[in-house]
Design a binder for this molecule. Sequence first.
Ligand code: TYD
Length: 150
Amino acid sequence: MNTGVWSPSSDSLKHIERCRMIDLPRINDPRGNLTFVESGEHIPFGIERAYYLYDIPGGAERGGHAHKELEQLIIAISGSFDIILDDGYRQERLHLNRSYYGLYVGNMVWREMDNFSSGSVCLVLASTLYDESDYYRDYDEFLQAARRGA
Ligand code: TYD
């Protein structure tokens, strides 16, 4: 994906249609560029938690779950990786490779991440504190919930 704003095709259904690529502000400077994210301004949730993935070995896959309520902004702070989004009706594979693009992922979207480049770092801004009970880790369980409109 090369454009700054991603919107799924109009036949999208359910929760995947709320996912979008957000073109974050960029302060270009010969000393180095700066990007920032403000709750309510650039993303539709308050940030309660940040976590990041790093030292990711070649061929690794992350994710493999959905969240009942959690919203997230996922940023390739360094390097690149792919994210596959799935709301139980359709899938989209996206490539993140810019530190000024954030992928907003709402609730009830199964995500998998792969194709991490060497030295890549994935920053995630999250709307709630860590809560294991918010996860669907079983795809069939997620699918059933998604299709009954959870
Ligand atoms: P998980 O969410 O499955 O990682 P990913 O989606 O990136 O593959 O989390 C991996 C482990 O880390 C799991 O045991 C839960 C723990 N964890 C926390 O303790 N706090 C956190 O904020 C996160 C995201 C995970």
